[in-house]
Ligand binder design. Structure first.
Ligand SMILES: Cc1cc2nc3c(=O)[nH]c(=O)nc-3n(C[C@H](O)[C@H](O)[C@H](O)COP(=O)(O)O)c2cc1C
Length: 259
Protein backbone atom coordinates (compact mmCIF):
# COMPACT_ATOMS: atom_id res chain seq x y z
CA UNK A 1 0.00 0.00 0.00
CA UNK A 2 1.30 3.43 -0.85
CA UNK A 3 0.07 6.52 0.96
CA UNK A 4 1.49 9.89 0.03
CA UNK A 5 4.74 8.32 -1.07
CA UNK A 6 5.18 6.21 2.08
CA UNK A 7 5.03 2.48 1.51
CA UNK A 8 3.25 0.58 4.23
CA UNK A 9 3.32 -3.12 4.96
CA UNK A 10 0.63 -4.36 7.25
CA UNK A 11 -1.10 -7.52 8.26
CA UNK A 12 -4.86 -7.72 8.10
CA UNK A 13 -4.78 -10.00 11.11
CA UNK A 14 -6.19 -12.89 9.08
CA UNK A 15 -3.61 -15.29 10.48
CA UNK A 16 -4.96 -14.62 13.96
CA UNK A 17 -8.61 -15.09 13.21
CA UNK A 18 -8.20 -18.78 12.40
CA UNK A 19 -7.42 -19.44 16.06
CA UNK A 20 -10.60 -17.74 17.24
CA UNK A 21 -10.91 -15.66 20.38
CA UNK A 22 -10.34 -16.71 23.95
CA UNK A 23 -13.21 -15.89 26.27
CA UNK A 24 -11.78 -14.10 29.29
CA UNK A 25 -13.78 -14.73 32.42
CA UNK A 26 -14.40 -11.81 34.82
CA UNK A 27 -12.04 -13.33 37.38
CA UNK A 28 -9.16 -13.20 34.89
CA UNK A 29 -9.92 -9.76 33.48
CA UNK A 30 -7.46 -8.03 35.80
CA UNK A 31 -4.64 -10.15 34.44
CA UNK A 32 -5.34 -9.23 30.85
CA UNK A 33 -5.85 -5.54 31.60
CA UNK A 34 -2.61 -5.27 33.52
CA UNK A 35 -0.18 -7.82 34.91
CA UNK A 36 1.43 -6.28 37.96
CA UNK A 37 4.03 -8.76 39.17
CA UNK A 38 4.46 -11.40 36.49
CA UNK A 39 7.68 -11.56 34.54
CA UNK A 40 5.83 -11.84 31.24
CA UNK A 41 3.77 -9.23 29.50
CA UNK A 42 0.19 -10.42 29.74
CA UNK A 43 -1.42 -7.02 29.37
CA UNK A 44 -3.58 -6.03 26.44
CA UNK A 45 -3.61 -2.26 26.87
CA UNK A 46 -0.06 -1.67 25.71
CA UNK A 47 2.29 0.02 25.08
CA UNK A 48 1.75 2.53 27.84
CA UNK A 49 3.80 5.70 28.30
CA UNK A 50 5.27 6.22 31.75
CA UNK A 51 4.95 9.39 33.79
CA UNK A 52 7.48 10.14 36.47
CA UNK A 53 5.44 12.09 38.99
CA UNK A 54 7.13 14.50 41.37
CA UNK A 55 5.06 15.75 44.31
CA UNK A 56 5.50 17.33 47.71
CA UNK A 57 3.50 16.73 50.84
CA UNK A 58 1.79 19.65 52.57
CA UNK A 59 4.74 19.66 54.98
CA UNK A 60 7.36 19.70 52.22
CA UNK A 61 8.47 16.02 51.96
CA UNK A 62 9.44 15.25 48.39
CA UNK A 63 8.17 12.22 46.48
CA UNK A 64 8.96 10.72 43.10
CA UNK A 65 7.31 7.65 41.50
CA UNK A 66 6.56 6.16 38.05
CA UNK A 67 2.98 5.70 36.76
CA UNK A 68 2.07 3.94 33.54
CA UNK A 69 -1.69 4.33 33.87
CA UNK A 70 -0.97 7.64 32.24
CA UNK A 71 -2.26 9.48 29.21
CA UNK A 72 -3.37 12.69 27.50
CA UNK A 73 -7.03 13.52 28.08
CA UNK A 74 -7.35 16.75 26.17
CA UNK A 75 -5.09 19.18 24.34
CA UNK A 76 -7.31 22.23 24.66
CA UNK A 77 -7.09 22.80 27.53
CA UNK A 78 -4.07 20.52 27.94
CA UNK A 79 -4.94 17.82 30.49
CA UNK A 80 -3.07 14.69 31.54
CA UNK A 81 -4.32 11.76 33.58
CA UNK A 82 -2.80 9.19 35.88
CA UNK A 83 -4.53 6.47 37.80
CA UNK A 84 -3.10 5.72 41.22
CA UNK A 85 -3.92 2.26 42.53
CA UNK A 86 -4.48 1.90 46.25
CA UNK A 87 -2.33 -0.32 48.49
CA UNK A 88 -5.22 -2.05 50.23
CA UNK A 89 -6.88 0.64 52.33
CA UNK A 90 -3.95 3.05 51.90
CA UNK A 91 -3.58 5.71 49.27
CA UNK A 92 -0.08 5.99 47.83
CA UNK A 93 2.05 8.98 48.81
CA UNK A 94 1.72 10.50 45.35
CA UNK A 95 -2.06 10.59 45.67
CA UNK A 96 -1.94 12.00 49.22
CA UNK A 97 0.37 14.76 48.03
CA UNK A 98 -1.66 15.64 44.93
CA UNK A 99 -4.91 15.82 46.88
CA UNK A 100 -3.20 17.76 49.69
CA UNK A 101 -1.36 20.37 47.62
CA UNK A 102 -3.31 20.29 44.31
CA UNK A 103 -0.12 20.43 42.28
CA UNK A 104 2.37 18.04 40.73
CA UNK A 105 5.04 17.75 38.09
CA UNK A 106 4.67 15.10 35.38
CA UNK A 107 8.03 14.17 33.86
CA UNK A 108 8.39 11.82 30.89
CA UNK A 109 10.66 8.81 31.24
CA UNK A 110 13.28 8.12 28.57
CA UNK A 111 15.52 5.10 28.21
CA UNK A 112 18.77 6.63 29.57
CA UNK A 113 17.28 6.83 33.08
CA UNK A 114 14.58 4.14 33.07
CA UNK A 115 16.45 2.10 35.70
CA UNK A 116 16.69 5.12 38.00
CA UNK A 117 12.96 5.67 37.55
CA UNK A 118 12.24 2.01 38.30
CA UNK A 119 14.26 2.28 41.52
CA UNK A 120 11.85 4.92 42.83
CA UNK A 121 8.91 2.49 42.66
CA UNK A 122 9.91 1.09 46.06
CA UNK A 123 7.06 1.13 48.55
CA UNK A 124 8.88 3.56 50.84
CA UNK A 125 7.35 5.28 53.89
CA UNK A 126 5.82 8.74 53.27
CA UNK A 127 8.80 10.62 54.72
CA UNK A 128 11.29 8.83 52.45
CA UNK A 129 12.63 10.99 49.62
CA UNK A 130 12.90 8.79 46.48
CA UNK A 131 15.06 11.43 44.78
CA UNK A 132 17.91 10.12 46.94
CA UNK A 133 17.83 6.64 45.40
CA UNK A 134 17.06 7.86 41.88
CA UNK A 135 20.32 9.80 41.61
CA UNK A 136 18.48 12.21 39.31
CA UNK A 137 18.58 15.99 39.52
CA UNK A 138 15.69 17.93 41.08
CA UNK A 139 15.35 21.24 39.27
CA UNK A 140 13.11 23.93 40.76
CA UNK A 141 10.06 24.37 38.60
CA UNK A 142 10.23 28.03 37.85
CA UNK A 143 8.29 28.99 34.80
CA UNK A 144 7.79 32.02 32.75
CA UNK A 145 6.38 32.63 29.33
CA UNK A 146 7.77 31.63 25.95
CA UNK A 147 9.68 34.89 25.56
CA UNK A 148 11.94 34.10 28.48
CA UNK A 149 14.56 31.41 28.00
CA UNK A 150 16.76 31.72 31.05
CA UNK A 151 17.03 28.00 31.52
CA UNK A 152 18.61 25.07 29.79
CA UNK A 153 15.15 24.15 28.60
CA UNK A 154 13.02 26.26 26.36
CA UNK A 155 9.45 26.60 27.39
CA UNK A 156 7.59 25.73 24.24
CA UNK A 157 4.13 25.73 25.61
CA UNK A 158 2.92 28.52 27.78
CA UNK A 159 -0.65 27.77 28.67
CA UNK A 160 -2.94 30.18 30.31
CA UNK A 161 -0.37 32.67 31.48
CA UNK A 162 0.07 36.34 30.89
CA UNK A 163 3.49 37.21 29.59
CA UNK A 164 5.06 38.72 32.67
CA UNK A 165 3.35 36.52 35.22
CA UNK A 166 5.60 33.85 36.70
CA UNK A 167 3.93 30.62 37.57
CA UNK A 168 5.49 27.63 39.25
CA UNK A 169 4.56 24.55 41.20
CA UNK A 170 6.48 23.49 44.27
CA UNK A 171 7.52 19.96 43.24
CA UNK A 172 10.82 19.87 41.39
CA UNK A 173 11.05 18.61 37.85
CA UNK A 174 13.45 15.86 36.80
CA UNK A 175 16.22 17.71 34.99
CA UNK A 176 17.16 14.59 32.99
CA UNK A 177 13.63 14.28 31.51
CA UNK A 178 13.02 15.13 27.88
CA UNK A 179 9.78 16.85 28.84
CA UNK A 180 8.09 17.92 32.05
CA UNK A 181 4.67 19.35 32.72
CA UNK A 182 3.66 21.54 35.63
CA UNK A 183 0.15 20.45 36.57
CA UNK A 184 -2.61 21.72 38.79
CA UNK A 185 -5.17 19.23 40.05
CA UNK A 186 -8.31 19.58 37.95
CA UNK A 187 -10.27 16.74 39.52
CA UNK A 188 -9.96 13.31 41.07
CA UNK A 189 -12.33 10.38 40.87
CA UNK A 190 -12.19 7.42 43.25
CA UNK A 191 -12.89 4.03 41.67
CA UNK A 192 -14.53 1.39 43.88
CA UNK A 193 -14.54 -2.39 43.46
CA UNK A 194 -18.02 -3.93 43.27
CA UNK A 195 -17.81 -5.30 46.80
CA UNK A 196 -16.02 -2.56 48.74
CA UNK A 197 -16.37 0.96 50.08
CA UNK A 198 -12.59 1.43 49.87
CA UNK A 199 -11.33 2.73 46.55
CA UNK A 200 -9.06 0.49 44.51
CA UNK A 201 -7.82 3.36 42.36
CA UNK A 202 -8.10 7.11 41.97
CA UNK A 203 -8.11 8.78 38.60
CA UNK A 204 -6.32 12.12 38.71
CA UNK A 205 -6.71 14.79 36.04
CA UNK A 206 -4.06 17.48 35.91
CA UNK A 207 -4.28 20.66 33.95
CA UNK A 208 -0.91 21.58 32.46
CA UNK A 209 0.12 25.10 33.35
CA UNK A 210 3.56 25.01 31.77
CA UNK A 211 5.74 22.60 29.87
CA UNK A 212 9.48 22.18 29.59
CA UNK A 213 10.90 20.44 26.54
CA UNK A 214 14.57 19.61 26.15
CA UNK A 215 15.98 21.17 23.01
CA UNK A 216 17.95 18.02 22.17
CA UNK A 217 14.74 16.07 21.47
CA UNK A 218 13.37 18.55 18.99
CA UNK A 219 13.28 17.88 15.29
CA UNK A 220 15.75 20.31 13.66
CA UNK A 221 14.93 22.99 16.24
CA UNK A 222 11.28 23.05 15.15
CA UNK A 223 8.72 22.94 17.96
CA UNK A 224 8.13 19.25 17.18
CA UNK A 225 9.52 16.36 19.18
CA UNK A 226 11.64 13.82 17.32
CA UNK A 227 10.48 10.45 18.65
CA UNK A 228 13.87 8.85 18.03
CA UNK A 229 15.73 11.47 20.05
CA UNK A 230 13.11 11.31 22.74
CA UNK A 231 13.87 7.63 23.49
CA UNK A 232 10.56 7.18 25.26
CA UNK A 233 10.06 3.87 27.05
CA UNK A 234 6.80 2.00 27.12
CA UNK A 235 5.51 -0.35 29.78
CA UNK A 236 4.14 -3.60 28.41
CA UNK A 237 2.94 -4.99 31.73
CA UNK A 238 4.75 -6.66 34.60
CA UNK A 239 8.50 -6.30 34.20
CA UNK A 240 8.45 -5.95 30.45
CA UNK A 241 9.30 -2.66 28.71
CA UNK A 242 9.65 -1.67 25.08
CA UNK A 243 11.72 0.88 23.23
CA UNK A 244 10.23 3.17 20.63
CA UNK A 245 11.72 2.49 17.20
CA UNK A 246 10.91 1.32 13.70
CA UNK A 247 8.58 4.25 13.11
CA UNK A 248 6.36 4.60 10.06
CA UNK A 249 3.78 7.01 8.74
CA UNK A 250 0.11 6.41 8.22
CA UNK A 251 -2.05 9.17 6.85
CA UNK A 252 -5.52 9.51 8.30
CA UNK A 253 -7.98 9.18 5.43
CA UNK A 254 -10.13 12.07 4.36
CA UNK A 255 -13.77 11.02 3.99
CA UNK A 256 -14.23 12.95 0.72
CA UNK A 257 -11.21 11.28 -0.85
CA UNK A 258 -12.00 7.82 0.50
CA UNK A 259 -15.37 7.44 -1.27
C1 LIG B 1 7.00 1.45 35.31
C2 LIG B 1 6.05 1.49 36.47
C3 LIG B 1 4.77 1.95 36.28
C4 LIG B 1 3.87 2.02 37.36
N1 LIG B 1 2.61 2.48 37.13
C5 LIG B 1 1.75 2.60 38.17
C6 LIG B 1 0.45 3.14 37.96
O1 LIG B 1 0.06 3.52 36.86
N2 LIG B 1 -0.37 3.25 39.05
C7 LIG B 1 0.05 2.88 40.30
O2 LIG B 1 -0.71 3.02 41.25
N3 LIG B 1 1.28 2.37 40.51
C8 LIG B 1 2.14 2.24 39.50
N4 LIG B 1 3.40 1.76 39.71
C9 LIG B 1 3.83 1.45 41.09
C10 LIG B 1 4.23 2.75 41.82
O3 LIG B 1 5.27 3.42 41.16
C11 LIG B 1 4.71 2.37 43.23
O4 LIG B 1 3.60 1.83 43.95
C12 LIG B 1 5.31 3.51 44.01
O5 LIG B 1 5.92 2.99 45.17
C13 LIG B 1 4.29 4.55 44.43
O6 LIG B 1 4.99 5.53 45.15
P1 LIG B 1 4.36 6.45 46.26
O7 LIG B 1 3.72 5.57 47.31
O8 LIG B 1 5.56 7.18 46.77
O9 LIG B 1 3.36 7.33 45.60
C14 LIG B 1 4.30 1.63 38.65
C15 LIG B 1 5.60 1.15 38.84
C16 LIG B 1 6.47 1.07 37.76
C17 LIG B 1 7.87 0.55 37.98
Amino acid sequence: MNTNGVTLHFSTGSSWSAAGALYVSPSLLKLYVQTEDGSRSGSTVVPRPIAFVSTESATGERNLAPFSFFNVVSNSPPILSISVLWDGANAKDTLHNIIGTKEFMMNLISEPFVEAANATAVGAPPDFDEWKIAGLTPEPSVSTCARHTRYEYDILMCCNCICDVWVSVKPARVKESAASFECELLSSQDIFPDDSQTPSATLVLGRIKHAYVRKAVLHDDEPVVDATNFQAVARMGGRIYARVGNLYELVMPDWREAV
